[in-house]
Design a protein around this ligand. Sequence first.
Ligand code: ADQ
Length: 735
Amino acid sequence: MNKTVIVSNRLPLQIQIENNILKTKPSVGGLATGMKSVHEDGNGLWIGWSGLTEEELNEDLSNKVKNAVSKQKCATVPLTQYDVNNFYFGFSNKTLWPLFHYFMEYTEFENSQWESYKTVNQKFADVVLENINDGDTVWVHDYQLLLLPKLIRDKKPNVTIGFFLHIPFPSYEIFRTFPWREELLNGMLGSDLLGFHTYDYERHFLSSIKRILRLDVKFNDIQYHDRIVKVDSFPMGIDYDKFHDAALKHASLKKEEKSELQRRLDDHIQAGSNAKLILSIDRMDYTKGIPNRIKAFEYFLNKYPEFKEKVRLVMLAVPSRSDVPQYQKLKRETDELVGRINGQFATVSWTPIWYFYRSMPFDNLIDLYVSSHVAMITPIRDGMNLVAKEYIATRTNQDGVLILSEMAGASKEMNEALLINPNNFEEIADTLKHALEMPFDEQQSRIKILQKRLQRYSVEKWAKEFMKSLNATKNIDAVIVAKKMNEENQDTMFSAFKKAKKRLLLLDYDGTLVGFKNNPLDAKPDTNLIATLDKLNNQEQTDVVIISGRDRETFEKWFANKNYNLITDHGVWLKSKANDWNMLERLKTDWMENITPILETFVDRTPGTFIEKKKYSLAWHYRKADPELAQIRTIELNTVLTSLISNNDLSVLKGNKVIEIKSSSVNKGRAASRWLAQKNYDFIFAIGDDWTDEYMFEELPETAFTVKVGFKKTQAKYYVKGTEIVRDLLSKFTN
Ligand code: ADQ
């Protein structure tokens, strides 16, 4: 039975050892809840670090931990103190976390920490690989494990891998500063499906993929070697019922059943007719905008002094990553700010800020959520932010107002909240006033809509949707009609080749025999290629034809003393062996002087593009241009050209990063048919990489072995990955 393996930095368990006795407790976090159904399903497994370093565990304890977690369907990845310092506190939290949250000034690029990040990702891969078989599904979580998908894929290509990033993916301009950017992106692309919280993060990621790796992206599909990688957004939800039900239960508590915290909160609310609580909850992290929030509150008290002694900010900050210097600095700054403002505004009966620096049990969290009239969640940058959603879920009377930073991923789906820019104190102060004075009807109408959405798109639904999309990637191959040219297909082909009496090999040049160069004139045949072509060409009863869109002059130069069969200009010129060049199609070229100026305007407006003037066609190359601008320009150019070419018997061909305009009456298909008519071939092989080769595939008989280079939609029967495999295949024809 196939299984699903979840991988995250930490296991969803808390392990405690006291006097050599080991206790495990399930974590209550949102992720653990969301993944519950995935984890419990069949023989599911969760892989992660236990939270105890190798140094803290002797052999006996280590075995005990292994046994205890395995009962919870978990497996541990052993990490040393060095790993935790360098991989976790180091690279994950001093490099990736600040960079991905746009805190460039906090970002360290330390080679030794990067090495540790790679080593630990490999440690995770080792445990995953021990536990999976072909056909299994792996779901990897978050920024600590960005390299893991590739490490798994390289060893086990036949598993389905999903990856979800819980933090933002930054814009290309930020991401490009990262020294190991290619390696990181390739690591992620080991996945079949990549998930982000919002469309913006998805967009940023795809932009980096296009610009840094220069890969082709169609909508949300990335063409990656011989695979398609899907990218999509899945906004994570919460366990809505858990929070809602807890709030309902809370409402029915008798006075004596209430917590100490709740009684104190009640005291404040009952102190005056307009007494209100403003809630703020986060991990103590510089991305959460805690100092800004306090300063904005100060600004509010100064601007609207009528709220003094009436409102109180209840601020809960959970200790987090306190080994990292920036977090220590933030803690000091927060302490100082709270002290200063309380000192400045406090009266005998009122302190403006109640500040808790600790983790709180779930019941107390509920006390805070249900007692607060306003929740003020104002991160500087946040992947999603679940606190905002939890607050809404607990508002069982449908009162309360959420003030939410537009920099939180959650703001994309919580339009009914009051959205603010966390750096604009004026706006925050005015919004806070608006929130405190909002009539109940308006509160209710906003909360109702928010609750409806959160209830529907719960964390469980989120996990299900992701798994559904991940499973759907298993059928992605069916979209591409061609089959992979594997060993078995090759055997069939080569045995047909051996038996045949008259063989024909039709070979496209660019993108097939040689890779693409920025300047087309740099794609000269190298000595290895010439040696292979010589061998092929000298075989008895074998006609080799290089069939290309290149112009005759270039091939004349490159293959000057070779007696190859050459077809150039998409089929205008033919040279068979030692004979002279022969014109297959008579073509007019007067259209070129009208089209050239149009192409020139596109060159002027699209840096990195240029025109290649061939004898019978014009090509506009955009390989070096900004991929997104080029995409817009190709659509524009296509529209312009379509209206011009119809009466001129011209056609527009979209090649590999090139648009070519040429006469409609010539194409590789016609040229190939003419060649075929000369002899009765009993073996035909044709290979090519782009659109222009599709004409050739179309014209060839059903028995031909047609091969597409690259993983694209095609009429060919087979596909291969790239030029290296093509060369390997060709050399096999000569053995
Ligand atoms: P976090 O940065 O941790 O998560 P968030 O999404 O707000 O941020 O989750 C915090 C969780 O901790 C909430 O479920 C909250 O109830 C709980 N919590 C907060 N204070 C607590 C306290 N004092 N005691 C106990 N529990 C407390 C990262 C990303 C986010 C993203 C999540 C999920 O940074 O942007 O939303 O992952 O993908």
